[in-house]
Design a protein around this ligand. Sequence first.
Ligand SMILES: [Zn+2]
Length: 201
Amino acid sequence: MDEKKENKMRYIFCFLVFIASYPLQGNECLDKLVAGNKRFAKGNIVRQELVAAQYPSCAIVACSDSRVAPELIFDQDLGELFVVRLAGNVASKEAIESLDFAVNVLNVDIIVVLGHENCGAVRAVMDHKGDKELGEIAKSIENGVRKSPSLEKAIEANVQAQMRTIGNCPELKTQISEGEVTLVGGVYHMQTGLVTFLENE
Ligand SMILES: [Zn+2]
């Protein structure tokens, strides 16, 4: 086989491998989810006690980052935490609607805004050079972190900024200012697994 033909065959082979592996990756992920769900359905008994209603004790606003699952970090079972997750742990309008439900319908009396070490959403805002317009999540982060000297400080500043948004929203302002609902900020550290709770401003 001449070199040209060999290269062509190699190209076709690589293309076929790519096509064949692409849907397989998706299926492998789904297979993992199906198997995991079966294990869960068999092993978890708490869920049966929660069929009719939920009584979470705490609401958490966390980042969507796969390493920052609040139920795992705080070692809590099903039904304990009312979790709102968006990249950058932003308190968007929709996040606040969810917190409103948690506080005013489910009677949750503590809200934790949880940032985390090495947050990609905060880093993306800090690295942004102004060459293209920021998305809505980035805009929610930008104001709070503009003057931060480091990523670490920006992550804390973002937690505090999101806390201010929650503390000033009409749906929750009274309960928070009168102390019926406690608003707390924290940062999860991946190296240690520990959450540092921030001083109130
Ligand atoms: Zn993050």
